[in-house]
Design a protein around this ligand. Sequence first.
Ligand SMILES: Cc1cc2nc3c(=O)[nH]c(=O)nc-3n(C[C@H](O)[C@H](O)[C@H](O)COP(=O)(O)O)c2cc1C
Length: 379
Amino acid sequence: MSSRPSPEELCRLLGLSLPIIQAPMAGVQGHELAAAASRAGALGSLPSATFSAEVLEAELQALTAALDTRGRGQGTAQPWALNFFCHRPADAQALQAEAAWCKAVAPWARQAGLPAPAPAGAARAPFSAALADLIEPFRPPVVSFHFGLPAPDLLSRVKAWGTKVLSSATTVEEAVWLEANGADAVIAQGWEAGGHRGHFLKPDLDLSGQAGLFALLPRIVAAVRIPVIAAGAIVDAASVRAALALGAAGVQAGTAFLCCPEARTSAVHRGALAGALPGVETDTAVTAAFTGRPARALVNRWVRESAAVQAHIPPFPLAAGALAGLRQAAEAAGRGDFSPLWAGQNTRSCRTLPAAEVVRELAGGLNPSSTSRSLEPCA
Ligand SMILES: Cc1cc2nc3c(=O)[nH]c(=O)nc-3n(C[C@H](O)[C@H](O)[C@H](O)COP(=O)(O)O)c2cc1C
């Protein structure tokens, strides 16, 4: 008999009414989506990796104010999560690689009539003591990390607040490592998932070790004792039901929330998800050519053409700076040729629905006798 943690145990651990997490999605959301998901009974997540300290503080104020149903500013009734990256900061060698990358990208800039790209340095900082100082007064109920966990002293500090800690695993080995190193629950990130792969035990993505959720989830469930949260193509009641049948204690969904009115997803990104943007496919691919780390995005011009400069991609997150001008110019013309249009494999799920309705649809899968069908595609 398996003693795997149940959805009820995950809810108790995180203080939730539903074992559903709205995935943190840097670049396409702020407090509005997190608040709406938390108010609907899920765990709303605020992606914090790309915010400056000032913006993060303002987002935190807005999120906690939106969720403070007691109105006294003394903590929130609904749990919520912050999300940070744990990548290795760029060193001198990485900065040199960025300069070479700028040269490799220059022909595209020239063709677009733009100045040659110049090194911009890292815009995404890993979780640090300074960030811990900033968030400590807010006592986040949950912090999720991507790319592993912070150093043990920093992790202990976060856990000492009573904060529960989650992190993503893309392999069984990573899940076992996360459990051994202090995670309270692990997110099994299937190959289908949108955005960055959370892999961290090896610097490069070992493709032979990356599995779809149906293969990854039951193997992680068998290997760890902490609750396992399924991520990747969780888009509707049917996929939630499948994840629970495979042993998940909960689910984390990102792509399904991308077209919610509460998300800050750009018009170009929304158009691409609807299949209405010239030059962008609704199929996705994993590429490191936008940031330096492999991530799943809709196939656009840069995904196709960057194959030619693959050898020059600098370490994360330094690839992004050289593309900023190209991206801005294309988006101003209503095109997504150079934008990182992050999305999971199941883009059919993107509907312009309030986050509460997406949560309600997902929650339909928590009841084994429910017969709720898959979402219909956009009209
Ligand atoms: C637009 C987008 C941005 C993302 N950004 C983050 C992020 O900042 N931090 C993180 O931990 N995961 C991020 N992810 C990955 C999600 O946590 C999750 O693994 C993924 O959304 C699950 O697959 P799905 O998109 O098919 O639901 C992102 C995903 C998407 C689609």
